[in-house]
Design a protein around this ligand. Structure first.
Ligand code: MLT
Length: 206
């Protein structure tokens, strides 16, 4: 495993053991870091290369991928800037490590920045599994995501994500041409066994 600090994101890189599998871009939730999702990535996508950056924003010491004004209210200028920064990091890492386009696997704040990258830099990702996402931008730009697979997993009892907000995100991604599979699981904001099963099955399509 490589721990690299010379890129625009401190990150872990784990090389593929099966190069036919797509790399996974692992994006942690608020307060997580580059270590958090490695075990999940290994379990969900055996053989894939894993690229796990740490978010560059600190909120009271907790790493995140963009600034927010309060829970659920985002600094959208910062969302845009950080989404471009993350897409540039992906391009830089693909060059350095010789990677195909990655599939993003993001949880919570990591899902939200992945959704912003899909909308602002649709060329950066081969697809995305968004676990407990919300809309990162009130007015989404017109993106071309034709044929890009997107899995969205919401929790029926999630106290953080309003159902109408996540429905709007699914609609925006579908309108951009993405193949959206949006499921609501009997769970809260935390991940459940059902998330693991659904994501494993969905990733097998790549
Ligand atoms: C966010 O700020 O991206 C969402 O509210 C999810 C989270 O709590 O991180």
């Amino acid at each position: 495993m490589t721990v690299a600090e010379t890129f625009r994101h401190l990150h872990h890189f784990v090389p593929a053991t099966d190069p036919s599998r797509p790399p996974l871009l692992l994006l942690h939730g608020t307060g997580g870091d580059e270590n958090d999702l490695l075990p999940l990535g290994r379990a969900l996508a055996p053989g894939s290369a894993l690229l796990a950056p740490r978010g560059n924003v600190l909120e009271g010491g907790a790493p995140r991928f963009f600034r927010r004004l309060r829970e659920g209210v985002f600094d959208e200028d910062d969302v845009r800037r950080r989404a471009h920064d993350l897409a540039d990091f992906v391009a830089e890492a693909r060059d350095a490590y010789g990677l195909q386009k990655p599939v993003a696997l993001g949880f919570s704040n990591g899902a939200n920045i992945a959704a912003a990258v899909l909308l602002l830099r649709p060329e950066a990702l081969a697809g995305a599994a968004l676990l407990r996402p919300m809309s990162p931008l009130a007015a989404a730009p017109a993106a071309d995501l034709s044929g890009t697979p997107v899995l969205m997993l919401s929790g029926a009892f999630d106290p953080i994500v309003p159902g109408d907000d996540v429905g709007r995100l699914a609609g925006t991604l579908r309108a951009a041409g993405a193949e959206v599979d949006h499921r609501t699981l009997p769970a809260g904001h935390g991940l459940s066994q059902a998330d693991i099963a659904a994501t494993t099955e969905w990733l097998a399509r790549f």
